[in-house]
Write a protein that binds this ligand. Sequence first.
Ligand code: NDP
Ligand code: MG
Length: 389
Amino acid sequence: MKQIAILGSTGSIGTQTLEVVRNNEDMCVVSLAAGSNIVLLEQQIEEFCPKVVCVYQEQKALELEKKLQGRSDLSEKPEILSGMDGLIACATLSEATIVVAAVVGMIGIRPVIEAIKAGKDIAFANKETLVTAGHIIMPMIKQYGVKLLPVDSEHAAIFQCLNGEPHGALKKILLTASGGPFRGKTRQELANVQVEDALKHPNWSMGRKITIDSSTMVNKGLEVIEAKWLFDVSLEQIQVVIQPQSIIHSMVEFADGAVMAQLGTPDMKLPIQYALCYPERRNLPGDRLDFWKMQEITFQKPDPDTFRGLQLAYDAGKIGGSMPTVLNAANEKAVALFLDRKISYLEIPETIEWCMEHHNLIEAPSLDEILETEQQVYRQIEERLNGSL
Ligand code: NDP
Ligand code: MG
């Protein structure tokens, strides 16, 4: 039996993970964690009977506990926890053999690190964690002998293309991108973009933060840094290729010039199931590619002027140290402010650039320094917004 812990169970990746669990008789859920969505959590508890549940917001955890007390129909009730301790308890539960890291943002760093220390394999979606703490996490993966299995579709594709090939044969990663809803637009044309426009992704249905990140291409920038850590390559070996139909999920070029690609319909259940079952490849219900219906697969270069965030991510990745944390934290804060309609769309990359310019680099930041840098960046942005900087 695969005993699974899901961090971020109420989100886009979390709910699709539960669909995969539903379709596989040898999978069960031992713990679930979310931020505050106790309505959906209650349904998930009823269906999947986890032993432990964490609701990050304490007040909501108490509410859920109360609701469950009134449920005489539930034979076994889970232990309800809250806060970072609760998240870590879910990630390290002794019964769990694999942890699905699918919370959004840097909140995932500590639970992922603790899960690795507890010897858990990780099905990994929470890219912000690797972008900011890759230099801490990757050595730990080796040290504790656990697997870090990519769920992000591009990285899952690269992982599948590399299967069995020696590391030395890998020359280049071709990281594909749809280009998002604003592909082909100029920077000026994006000046008046509203939240609703940026939330319309042409091919994928995802959480709000990553959907905005896809529209700015900061998501691709984060993925470049994620790929560097996962596949132990330099940034120069990673090339972003726009492939608007999202059919090729990424490619790998080998020393002899051979290029391997993984293709499929845009369905995150494939990488999720592959990560949960690796190295086994199982049946997955759903649409298949139909090469007669598919009219074309086209390619374009990314436009560095319109999508400034992609270049900033390359810059942050090259500088290294605490700079990717600044990029990521500034982006998390700027996206939240944009979603709250407090800053304009073009102020997202502008805020990231400003934070990167005003940062005193730490070469190899410890976990505490990463988390302190995150808070510092949040404070700087708030102060700037309030006019005190
Ligand atoms: P969603 O916004 O849909 O879901 C986020 C999940 O995290 C929710 O369950 C949310 O709970 C939970 N969460 C938020 N804050 C906390 C907290 N403080 N403590 C515990 N749980 C918390 O995001 P996605 O599923 O889209 O993305 C999750 C991660 O996967 C991101 O890092 C994203 O970049 C990555 N990813 C996503 C893809 C996708 O297709 N969606 C593709 C590739 C990568 P609540 O609902 O209660 O707020
Ligand atoms: Mg992706």
